[in-house]
Design a protein around this ligand. Structure first.
Ligand code: AP5
Length: 198
């Protein structure tokens, strides 16, 4: 079994960007619940139809739907060699469901990507013009930040209380600089380090 890491941080912190790079470097799948849900919306599946309005409002899709989706994905063969979770768990109930499904070793370490709110809003408004995500407008971005503070940030205390280390990484700076900090953060772990991509 390879690395089992969780990227935590507010919307726009760069979790998806960094998780994709690290997943390539480590050769493990990048599991983004946001990407999986957006795919379900595009494909018009039953899950997508339930999730679409909730995501557009910046709220969380119900835990039972998301937990079932993640459990199904983690049962695929490529996840047997490790994974990087991005956007899941999103609250303590999801964290407990994951620990129940996979046992205490489901996550080895949490990487908390920290970025101040002004920069988060500016990044997400910048992406709105680029990608056209329905939740990248100022009102919904503010709601996503509120949901992060109320629902997701308690995980920063929950994981150490269950014996899992949370390592904070400064998410401000060039993408490669942030990646290099993540590589350093992983240096304490007993496995080969990924190399910083050129
Ligand atoms: P999700 O897709 O997880 O959205 P999010 O957490 O709001 O994350 P983002 O993708 O906005 O930010 P990120 O931190 O990944 O940053 P990124 O790398 O993209 O979830 C969307 C919705 O799905 C939720 O609101 C909810 O409704 C639902 N959902 C998902 N998971 C769920 C769950 N578990 N339970 C219930 N509901 C769930 O970067 C952002 C931008 O910044 C990009 O343009 C990027 O190019 C740029 N950028 C990245 N790094 C830097 C840098 N260092 N400097 C400058 N710009 C940078």
């Amino acid at each position: 079994m390879g690395r089992r890491l969780l990227f935590l941080g507010p919307p726009g912190a760069g979790k998806g960007t960094q998780a994709a790079m690290l997943a390539r470097a480590l050769g493990v799948p990048h599991l983004s619940t946001g990407d999986m849900l957006r795919r379900a919306v595009t494909e018009g599946t039953a899950l997508g139809l339930r999730a679409e309005g909730i995501m557009a409002a910046g709220d969380l899709v119900p835990d039972d739907l998301v937990v079932a989706m993640v459990e199904e994905r983690l049962a695929e063969p490529d996840a047997s060699c490790g994974y990087l979770l991005d956007g899941f768990p999103r609250n303590v109930a999801q964290a407990e469901a994951l620990a129940t499904a996979l046992g205490d070793g489901a996550i080895e370490m949490v990487l908390l990507v920290e970025v101040d709110e002004e920069e988060l809003v500016s990044r997400l408004l910048g992406r709105a013009a680029e990608l056209g995500r329905t939740d990248d407008n100022e009102e919904t971005i503010r709601r996503r930040l509120e949901v992060y503070r109320a629902e997701t940030s308690p995980l920063v205390a929950h994981y150490p209380a269950t014996g899992i280390e949370v390592v904070a990484v400064d998410g401000i700076g060039a993408i490669d600089e942030v990646f290099a900090r993540i590589v350093v953060a992983l240096a304490g772990m007993p496995a080969p380090l990924p190399t910083v991509p050129p």
